[in-house]
Design a protein around this ligand. Structure first.
Ligand code: GLN
Length: 490
């Protein structure tokens, strides 16, 4: 069932690990009894599931890996935590992350960097990916059955690719964000990490329900619209037997792709073709602008979301006098200056700048336009239309020949870098470029999964099998199809 082993400590995957003894053991025993009687509550009854430390839990602290929340315990559980517990799952501890979810290597943490459970050929520590690096490593190192992360621009998929696990970002709005600490609301999703697609599906089916407490959660009415939209004979057949049309986005074939990643991509396509599916080149021309748009929009929303950490209402307050005898704003400035790490401060400054009167039109508004173009690019290539598009919305221009069911592409351009090369003081831009293939699906709110694909041999090291993350992206609401194709690639 996966019980915490000593590795947890060495890899720094957990901020708050599960206590060695505790009530949770009774819950596991009760679940065992239920399963002996053939009456488990659900597929995850009695299973250990780790939770990223930006998702609120009543029984364990929620730090967001930040100094500003290092003594915070939420008075309530996030809806996703309640749903898992109601299904019999046991929370296996709170996992390490980049502070507030901002980062790509899980190094910007008040509690130190997460280490990948694999090392490179020279025995050097590797990046676990971020920001849900702790959740991915907890799964990869067998500390739990599955883990929850959050994915705003790739934070579940990138760690999955780097650790050889499966990471799924559902369609925006399907899983509740109530009790999930906001980074960039219009992009934030709860994501799931597991060792295979079937465990991810088990967890997804428990969480995929309407929650009235999250205003951006898809309503029951829209959920039934999505389902009926996907039940036309042509679309429904894709989940059973009919051959799929697989899109290969030409713009993703960039020169920075390392040979092992390119090989994993080609192998995946060949594998799908052998199973009778057909491969079609597609064009997503706005891809090259997506990353810049994301890094304008996400910090803008973050700067607004993080304004509430003022040392008065939430979190840790800086020591020292209030404004008494000090310049105005002393308490606020010193609380935030001490509480937030360098990357979070950088994002707040970036976001505040792009929302300021002089910069708004050139940055924020332009980035919103790019976001719309990214969405249109995807709508132009998928056979299924967007199920929630307004009936009177203009039909997007279609290329006709390129209509595809899903898109298959790498999750990241390269394998995990060494931790020593991505330390908290290396160039932030180097970290941002790892998200180049994950942010487009985030900007469009689409479901996407990263699955590990093994490349038999590497040129440098013919005895070591290399693993690269391959990503499957589908139309909004096509989550089941995305998981199905992920499973075909496993
Ligand atoms: N690396 C991206 C960022 O720093 C994505 C983070 C995420 O998805 N939470 O914003």
């Amino acid at each position: 069932r996966c019980l915490a082993n000593q590795n947890a400590h060495v890899l720094n995957a957990f901020i708050t690990p599960l206590p060695r003894a505790g009530q949770w053991l009774d819950r596991v025993r009760e679940a065992d009894r239920r399963s002996e009687q053939g009456k488990p509550i659900s597929a995850v009854d009695g299973r250990l599931i780790s939770i990223k430390d930006n998702i609120c839990t009543r029984d364990l602290p929620t730090t967001c890996a930040s100094g500003i929340l290092d003594k915070f315990t939420s008075p309530f559980n996030a809806t996703v935590v309640d749903q898992l517990e109601a299904a019999g799952a046991v929370i296996a501890g709170k996992t390490n992350l980049d502070e507030f979810g901002m980062g790509s290597h899980s190094v910007y943490s008040r509690f130190g960097a997460v280490k990948n459970s694999r090392r490179d050929g020279d025995g050097q520590d590797l990046s676990a990916g971020g920001s849900s690096g702790g959740s991915a490593v907890a799964v990869a190192a067998n500390q739990c059955y599955a883990a929850l992360g959050t994915d705003t621009g790739g934070s579940v998929r990138l760690p999955a690719a780097y650790t050889g696990t499966v990471g799924f970002k559902p369609s925006y709005g399907l899983l509740s964000r109530w009790g999930v600490v906001a980074y960039a609301n219009s992009l934030d999703t709860v994501g799931i990490l597991g060792r295979d697609t079937s465990s991810v599906r088990d967890v997804f089916s428990i969480l995929n329900q309407h929650d009235a407490r999250d205003p951006t959660n898809v309503s029951s009415f829209s959920r039934s619209r999505i389902l009926s939209h996907l039940q036309t004979p042509q679309l429904a057949a894709r989940l059973t037997s009919s051959p799929l049309r697989i899109g290969v986005p030409l713009e993703y074939n960039i020169k920075e792709l390392t040979p092992s990643v390119r090989r994993a991509w080609l192998l995946s396509l060949a594998h799908l073709q052998e199973q009778g599916h057909t491969i079609h080149p597609v064009s997503l021309p706005t891809t090259k602008h997506a990353l810049s748009a994301y890094y304008v929009l996400a910090p803008a929303e973050a700067s607004s979301n993080l304004a509430k950490y003022d040392g008065v209402r939430y979190g840790t307050r800086a020591e020292g006098p209030d404004s008494d005898g000090q310049p105005d704003g002393y308490l606020y400035a010193s609380t935030r200056g001490n509480g937030f790490g360098a990357e979070v401060q950088r994002r707040i400054l970036l976001g505040t700048f792009s929302l300021s009167a002089d910069a708004m039109d050139n940055y924020f508004i332009q980035a919103q336009r790019v976001r719309r173009l990214v969405q249109q690019d995807f709508n132009a290539v998928f056979t299924a239309t967007h199920p929630l598009a307004a009936a009177d919305a203009p039909e997007t221009a279609r290329s006709g020949t390129a209509d595809v069911d899903v898109i298959v592409c790498p999750t990241a351009p390269s394998p995990p870098p060494r931790l020593s090369d991505v330390s908290a003081d290396s160039s932030p831009l180097d970290a941002y470029v790892n998200d180049v293939f994950t942010v487009p699906a985030s900007l469009a709110g689409l479901p996407a999964i990263s699955v590990p694909v093994t490349v038999a041999e590497s040129e440098q090291n013919p005895h070591a099998a290399e693993v690269a993350g391959i990503q499957v992206i589908g139309q909004y609401g096509d989550d089941e199809l995305v998981m199905k194709v992920g499973e075909l690639l496993e």
